[in-house]
Design a protein. Sequence first.
Length: 100
Amino acid sequence: MCLGIPMVVEEGDDMSASCRRRDEVRRVSTMLIGAQPPGTRVLVHIDTAVRVLEAEEADRIDDALDGLAAALDGRAFDHLFADLVDREPELPEFLRGQVP
């Protein structure tokens, strides 16, 4: 299983970019999304940027990853899933109507 990690572009070109997530910096391929300006948030799978993220979505992904780590450590994690509290899970819109 692969997880997408939100990262922030620091500098790059048409082929790759130096991206940061917290204290980690790594070079990732940008061949799928093209050159991105510094400050752009991207979703990275196996050192490849696969799409540009809006800040809110990147924050939700970071919270979910932090929540999983907290749950594994036995720490409180409900606050990291605030968008899911007090509601039933919903299918993404593109999957609605496809369920028999």
